[in-house]
Design a protein around this ligand. Sequence first.
Ligand SMILES: *Cc1c(COP(=O)(O)O)cnc(C)c1O
Length: 378
Amino acid sequence: MSTPLAPQILSSSLEDLVTLFDVRPSGNVLADDARDALVASSPTFGTVFTDHMARVTWTADTGWHDRRVEPYGPLQLDPATAVLHYAQEIFEGLKAYRHADGSIWTFRPEANAARFARSAHRLALPALSIDDFIASITALVRTDAAWVPTSAESSLYLRPFMYASERFLGVRPSLEAEYLVIASPVGAYFSGGVKPVSIWVDREYSRAGAGGTGAAKCGGNYASSLLPQVVAQQNGCEQVCFLDSGTRTYLEELGGMNVFVVRADGTLQTPELSGSILEGVTRSSILQLAADRGYETFEAQIPFADLLEGIRDGSVTEVFACGTAAVITPIGRLAGSDFDQTIADGTAGELTTALRSELTDIQTGRAADRHGWMRRLA
Ligand SMILES: *Cc1c(COP(=O)(O)O)cnc(C)c1O
């Protein structure tokens, strides 16, 4: 399975940066057969982690320093650590895929790195350079390469994150921050085929408001989405979809996925980035792949009442959600306090299914990467 590394995979300046990560090997790595069995068992998302984590420390005085890959393990935090009180924290999510020849790749990491810098700005955290972001995931993936699953629907989920680490209860941006990357092998998101989900359209709670942190990938947005998510489940739905907080008229997104609407007239629409919607890398890739197929794509507000009417009169044929973890999830039903509507026949639509296959084929190396989205890490 393992092929010799190409002499230079990343640009030479990036390769130089990767070598700045000091690898401090764990003395407690899982034995090969135990690790392979664990990876092959398709563990529940986010429950199993690799032997190491990448880490870089920031202080206002010194900037980013002490780049390293160290044994995965608990962090020791002072009870007064700023993040525990004021939630100054951001994160990212992307995946490493093993291709048939054994090489390891990731998908559009520059887009995640750029978004991480935008999130940092909004949360008044220090910016990490795009190169440092890519070098950190490269250093970790190379150290823990044996953890990248071999089966096609599986991957190694990478979770970069940054938090305010200063021991200080005053309310101002932290003068210290820690950046880490942890990695978790994930199996097929849908075991036994792609299943459409039911979505609760919430009219009481919002995820984000005008001028707030909705466009940043921060833990606080997720904290506010947890109660509505519980309400969704109490109403027999898997996930919640939020409307705009100002008027509760327009579709925004799910707690962690963007939404798309396919119409019988050959158009594909997603809500425009209003400032309270997270700009998904999957979202932008889908806009491109659908345009390549000849669909007319557009980003504009979607009044929820119009969507319901369109589903009822058949002009809306498919609705789906998208994000890195599940790629594309068909939505089979929308429910709320005064409606319960199946979409078309409730099964995964044609375009939904085709785009999902195309995107996963590109990511896993089974289809040509015609947009230059893939980056080889090892
Ligand atoms: C991460 C995230 C998405 C999906 O973004 P991808 O880059 O496609 O993974 C969508 N909405 C929210 C709120 C998110 O946090």
